[in-house]
Design a protein around this ligand. Structure first.
Ligand code: F6R
Length: 614
């Protein structure tokens, strides 16, 4: 949430900053701003409500010169989206500018104290408090910008990734982080700062991931220096990015979401690559094989996650209980962290997060670690905070996910959780060789099955026209596909703004059935599995009440097509991994309905990817 970019070097900063903001726009898009120090040493700040394109239009006739600058795209937390609340925020003397991602919890206390010293505020944001505090410290203590920033950071409570420039020291950018991500790109005589690596990869693949409580001092023509907020020198660990620019572009698709749906053939291939023996008889996950005792002796597994990742977690829990026979619970990270949970030293906590930056999930694993649990990460973004904070884990390797609605990350998460369940089962001897081989070989065939399932696209596009203006949807599924129903409903509501609810199919008669009439269609995920007969009864119950049914069935099913209004046929696949295949038509249905409604599927209202605030 909120994207920050910074640059210092030999090129004009503005173009780099704005290009970077476009790359980070998925993190928030209610306003944007830039600040550059021009060759005369003047700090120019431009900000505008709306998307980055509106900022660019606003800047057209402005002085945008300067080889040092910072920029921001906002997802509002404190104060409505407006020009004045947009970042960068600046000091009263107009010399210092700051961009910030995160939330300052004690901003009000600090604000009151500064106001008592005569400080005036123009915005409602927590961020303005930080820059005014830096200015106050600098002028009262007559100290350097670095010392003032460090002292200010020692006074604030909360989460931050910041970048600060000062027209009195135009050759320096100060950046710092605590619980919000920040990456520094090291080029030749130039340095880049960003919330993630996507704005940096065009210029350099050498990056430093700042750690919590670190401050980077980026000075023109000098090597990067990093200290802690306690003023201790830190090591600068330069890593090489493995990301290509083409992964960050739409590649001919009209939207990132559609590109990411269609990419799943390849992303699942990348996800399983090297992790399943060629003949399907063994799973190789170093996160499990390097820590056998942790899994053999695990009394319990706790899965923590949010949103779509939580849905993947529900499927994961079933897979783990089924194949590894370890009691497994799934918790919303936001609830878990404040629930005073009982965590035991023999617990294994699995954190699932596409971004690896979700604030609640990060806090949940910090809590679990403090209490002695072994923490396993299932992340997508390499080098992300959760990936680094966990003891070990498995990357899903699906490449950058830019559409705000998670698609390929969900199928990657379920695939990794299936491999994880099998790997633990293999280690503990709770899964038979035959069972393991059957599921492992099906995992190997997923890319081909996804390609086949994607052929449903034209049928789903046509079908979507019938349902574009419906106001409510019900999604039903059972067993492994109950979470698929939750995920299908979430996809639809977040991008089309149609109210949708997911339920375990049998629960429908305990309440939601009252909602069913001919205005409320029901999507039923009904592949050929152990619960198939039961789902057929649930469909009958919907039909008996005049509701229309869109059913996702296994090819060859003859019963459901006779009763449902529309059927979407998916290829046969073992029950345990059927949610990967069932996800595809659900994603396409949500996409096409949203497009027909004229919604911005890649940047739905009020949402942002990478939820780095509580
Ligand atoms: C929904 C969606 C969100 C995320 C959630 C967790 O499409 O994308 O619900 O799944 O914000 O994000 P991560 O996985 O990055 O922790």
């Amino acid at each position: 949430m909120c994207g920050i970019v910074g640059y210092i070097g030999h090129r004009e900063a503005y173009d780099i900053l704005v290009k970077g903001l476009h790359r980070l726009e998925y993190r928030g898009y209610d306003s944007a701003g830039v600040a550059m120090i021009n060759p005369e040493g003047k700090l120019n700040i431009y900000k505008h409500t709306g998307k980055v394109a509106e900022l660019e239009a606003f800047c057209q006739s402005k002085d945008i010169t300067g080889t040092v600058g910072i920029a921001h795209t906002r997802w509002a937390t404190h104060g409505e989206p407006s020009d004045v609340n947009a970042h960068p925020h600046y000091s009263t003397n107009g010399k210092i500018a700051i961009v910030h991602n995160g939330t300052i919890e004690n901003y009000n206390v600090l604000k009151q104290a500064l106001m008592q010293h005569g400080c005036e505020f123009v915005s409602q944001t927590d961020t303005e408090v930080v820059v005014k505090l830096i200015e106050y410290i600098q002028s009262n203590n007559n100290c350097t910008l670095l010392d003032a920033v460090r002292e200010a950071l020692n006074q604030v409570i909360g989460a931050y990734a910041i970048a600060v420039i000062d027209s009195d020291c135009p050759d320096t950018v100060i950046a710092a982080r605590k619980s919000s991500p920040l990456v520094i790109g090291i080029g030749d005589d130039e340095t880049f700062i960003a919330s993630d690596a996507s704005p940096i990869i065009d210029y350099t693949n050498r990056v430093v991931y700042l750690r919590d409580n670190e401050i980077a001092i980026i000075t023109r023509d000098e090597p990067l220096k990093v200290i802690t907020t306690d003023n201790e020198e830190s090591t600068v660990d330069i890593q090489t990015l493995r990301m290509s620019v083409s992964q960050l572009e739409k590649g001919g698709y009209p939207h990132f979401m559609l590109k990411e749906i269609f990419e799943q053939t390849n992303t699942i291939f990348d996800c399983i690559r090297g992790r399943i023996a060629a003949d399907g008889t063994a799973i190789k996950l170093s996160g499990v094989s390097d820590h056998p005792d942790r899994f053999i002796n695990a009394g319990r597994i706790l899965i923590v996650a949010c949103g779509t990742s939580w849905h993947a977690g529900l499927i994961g829990a079933r897979l783990i209980e089924n194949f590894a026979r370890i009691p497994t619970r799934v918790e919303y990270a936001s609830e878990f962290r404040y629930a005073n949970p009982v965590i035991r030293p023999d617990d294994v906590v699995i954190a699932i997060s596409q971004s690896g930056e979700t604030a609640d999930t990060l806090a949940a694993i910090k809590l679990a670690k403090e209490q002695g649990a072994f923490v396993y990460g299932v992340c997508n973004v390499v080098g992300s905070s959760i990936a680094r904070e966990t003891h070990t884990g498995t990357y899903i390797h699906v490449g950058p996910e830019i559409g705000v609605a998670s698609t390929k990350a969900f199928t990657g998460q379920v695939t990794v959780l299936a491999m994880l369940a099998l790997a633990i089962g293999q280690l503990k001897g709770t899964v038979s060789k035959e069972q393991l081989t059957e599921v492992a070989r099906s995992l190997q065939s997923l890319p081909a099955l996804i390609t086949e399932t994607l052929k449903l696209n034209p049928q789903i596009e046509k079908l979507s026209a019938t349902y574009t203006y419906v106001r409510n949807f019900l999604y039903l599924g059972r067993g492994y596909n109950y979470p698929s129903a939750l995920e299908g409903a979430l996809k639809l509501k977040e991008i089309s703004y149609i109210h949708a609810e997911g339920y375990p199919a049998a629960e429908m008669k305990h309440g939601p059935i009252a909602l069913i009439d001919k205005e409320m269609p029901t999507v039923v995920i009904a592949p050929d599995d152990d619960l198939h007969e039961k789902v057929i009864s649930n469909i009958q119950q919907v039909k008996a009440r005049g509701g229309s049914v869109i059913a996702i069935v296994t090819k060859g099913d003859t019963t459901i097509p006779a009763i449902a209004d529309h059927v979407l046929e998916i290829p046969p696949v073992p029950e345990a991994i059927s949610p990967v295949i069932a996800a595809i038509p659900l994603q396409l249905l949500a996409y096409h309905i949203a497009i027909m409604k004229g919604c911005n599927v890649d940047m739905p209202r009020n949402l942002a990817k990478s939820v780095t605030v509580e």
